[in-house]
Design a protein around this ligand. Structure first.
Ligand SMILES: NC(=O)c1ccc[n+]([C@@H]2O[C@H](COP(=O)([O-])OP(=O)(O)OC[C@H]3O[C@@H](n4cnc5c(N)ncnc54)[C@H](O)[C@@H]3O)[C@@H](O)[C@H]2O)c1
Length: 319
């Protein structure tokens, strides 16, 4: 059985939005990383993204230029799956969110790895059990769900599939800690795990408020950022309820829960936006408009604010 201490080399399968950031975290924590994608062009883009992100880490004093370079030297890129998986003790899969694609990949991965290599998936909410069902050894398959941007957001959900062994869960958990991330155990393989269930519960109500003309999109965002969400980096919803008084929250929940959206599908206005090609920043228009020459700067600022917030939280935790 692969122990936590045995893990030195990992394969990062997929080098897109998530794979690049996840690979960077492993490399910066001292692991050898085999970064796989289908095309050399995709790998080049991933390396450029890593370099850009590291630049921000350096400017914010999180790592030195020498550490950043040493981490990059630990990343080997390849467009061959067998080459990526040869000799590794740990795998993170982060290819597009299609069950059949992931199952096929896990089947192939098993053929290229040793019998006890730990195989994890970064699926946003597909069933870990269904992905693992493609494997002869589903006990070594578990969920390792990151949030975007992976190299910055601290949370990583560690998800147990129906057949995931205690040992596999423990190795994923300890590796997450070693990466400097904050692991959360998701004990049941439910759609969306914990983080996306919470995120989409909020999103469903946000869509409803806009669709019913109760609040504008700008004011939905303002309400969250300046009110409810303003507290969240410091106080979760359950801590907030404790501090406010459980009796108060109970009284409000009694009349409010029946009034909340229970929509079973995304709203029609979202279908319309998508049909018009308004997909958000990547097409220049979503709920808001994004000028082409400002898009990179918007993403850079997002990353910068996230890094500064995380630095502040860690500083306060240490006080
Ligand atoms: N983007 C997010 O915000 C986010 C957050 C958390 C989890 N996820 C999950 O992470 C996974 C990857 O998402 P992403 O946004 O990084 O996707 P992406 O499209 O940016 O990257 C996908 C990668 O997979 C490779 N790929 C595509 N088709 C493939 C195939 N047939 N076989 C092997 N490799 C293939 C691509 O070359 C690319 O390297 C998905 O499961 C997604 O649900 C995404």
């Amino acid at each position: 059985m692969i122990q936590f201490e045995d893990v030195q080399q990992m394969a990062m399968i997929g080098a897109g939005t998530m794979g690049a950031g996840i690979g960077m975290c492993f490399a910066q924590a001292g692991y050898q990383v085999n970064l796989y994608s289908m095309t050399a062009e995709r790998l080049d883009r991933a390396l450029a993204r890593i370099r850009n992100s590291q630049q921000l880490f350096i400017e914010e004093g999180l790592i030195s230029a020498e550490e950043a370079q040493a981490a990059r030297e630990r990343i080997r890129t390849t467009t061959r799956l067998d080459e990526a998986l040869a000799g590794v003790q740990y795998v993170v899969e982060s290819v597009p969110e299609k069950l059949e694609l992931k199952q096929n990949l896990f089947r192939q991965m098993e053929d290229c790895c040793s019998e006890d290599t730990i195989l994890t998936t970064n699926t946003s909410g597909l069933s870990i059990t269904a992905i693992a069902s493609a494997c002869r050894h589903p006990e070594r398959v578990g969920g390792m769900h990151w949030a975007n941007p992976a190299e910055i957001v601290p949370l990583v959900e560690v998800i147990r599939g129906e057949q995931t062994s205690d040992h596999t869960v423990e190795v994923i958990y300890r590796i997450t800690e070693r990466l400097g991330k904050v692991p959360v155990r998701v004990r049941k393989d439910v759609p969306g795990f914990a983080s996306n269930r919470l995120q989409y519960a909020v999103l469903r109500e946000a869509f409803h408020l806009v669709e019913a003309g109760i609040v504008s999109p700008e004011d939905v965002d303002r309400t969250l950022k300046c009110g409810v969400g303003f507290r969240y980096p410091w106080l979760g919803p359950l801590e907030t309820a404790d501090l406010g008084g459980l009796d108060v929250f109970h009284s409000v929940a009694q009349y409010l829960f029946p009034a909340l959206s229970t929509a079973q599908s995304p709203p029609e206005f979202l279908d319309r936006l998508i049909a018009e090609g308004k997909l958000g920043i990547k097409t220049g228009q979503g709920f808001y408009r994004y000028e082409e020459d400002k898009r990179d700067e918007i993403l850079r600022k997002r990353d910068l604010y996230f890094i500064r917030q995380w630095k502040l939280i860690r500083q306060v935790q240490q006080e």
